[in-house]
Design a binder for this molecule. Structure first.
Ligand SMILES: [Zn+2]
Length: 307
């Protein structure tokens, strides 16, 4: 890991982390590449769009990264990687992955799986010329795998948001502009309020546990970030090692340039000026009985984060 530094964005999807990740990518020395956990399927198999608008196979940045990391993407068998991923990077393996020492067989799978990421991160840093890689994969199981390789040399930025807002977002139908004809997911995944509650708990408890295992972790509540975007982003930038100016104004306005985020929220395709403001659609748009259900199912974890 001498060649790069890793910032892993954790927490549950739809917690407002995409904007924070994109802002991090605007800092000098940082390269934000979206959710690398999806590269194997959505990039290599389905050839979905990069954040720059090109198909994955047509993006010069990712082409160079593939050559640098593996001697070319065609040297990899994506289905073999997806099988390896399914054998280690899943929510159900988290209890095993949190152990201090892994049983030999699991340890060797974690080693082989994280080796792929290690090569990717190093290649991204070299091709972009930016030494810090921001991986917004979020999946707690991947964070738990990476902890075994990097320990206190990685950093986790844990973004947490009110579970009712998150569950509301997961209940909505949203098309995926990046889907291609072969993509199994033509829309963003949807979860029932009950499933979203269980997932919210797992995805937010794990970063806190990894922090206790010694991984430097900063927790950011989405609601605090949108209330004071400049001050909060200054703190975040300090956590990832940046000193000096940040690309956001006192009024919460920022300018985003397009990047090469490989997968993630459709917001990764937008560029130009954006203003940070709270999305409160769930308060009116999410049925009250669902709000109550989510509130009940996410106790006591939500108390811990002040919700
Ligand atoms: Zn691109």
């Amino acid at each position: 890991m001498e060649d790069f530094r890793l910032v892993f964005v954790g927490g549950m999807g739809r917690s407002g982390s995409t904007l924070i990740e994109r802002l991090l990518g605007e800092l000098p020395g940082m390269c934000a590449v979206g959710e690398l956990v999806h590269l194997w399927r959505r990039g290599l198999v389905d050839d979905e769009s990069c954040g720059c608008g090109a198909a994955f196979s047509g993006c010069a940045f990712w082409k160079d990264v593939g050559v640098e990391a593996f001697g070319g993407w065609d040297r990899l068998d994506p289905h073999e990687i997806l099988d390896l991923k399914a054998s280690v990077d899943r929510t159900r393996f988290i209890p095993n992955l949190l152990a201090r020492e892994l049983p030999d067989e699991l340890a060797s799978r974690v080693e082989r799986y994280t080796e792929l990421y290690d090569r990717l991160y190093a290649a991204i840093a070299r091709v972009s010329g930016q030494p810090t890689v921001v991986d917004a994969s979020k999946h707690a199981s991947l964070a738990a795998c990476l902890r075994h390789r990097y320990g206190d040399r990685m950093r986790i930025l844990h973004v947490v948001r009110d579970p009712r807002a998150v569950a509301h977002s997961w209940s909505r139908r949203v098309p995926r502009p990046d889907a291609t004809g072969t993509s199994p997911e033509q829309e963003m995944a949807r979860y029932s309020p009950a499933r979203a509650s269980v997932q919210w708990t797992a995805e937010n408890v794990v970063p806190a546990l990894l922090a206790r295992r010694g991984v430097p972790t900063m927790r950011v509540r989405y609601e605090d970030f949108v209330a004071e975007p400049l001050r909060m982003f200054q703190e975040i930038a300090g956590f990832v090692g940046h000193r000096g100016e940040v690309p956001i104004g006192a009024d919460g306005t920022a300018h985003l340039w397009s990047g090469h985020a490989v997968s993630g929220n459709p917001m990764r395709f937008s560029s130009g000026p954006v203003t940070v403001r709270e999305d409160t659609a769930w308060r009116e748009g999410f049925a009250y009985r669902h709000q109550l259900l989510v509130s009940a199912l996410t106790v006591p974890t939500r108390w811990r984060f002040g919700y």
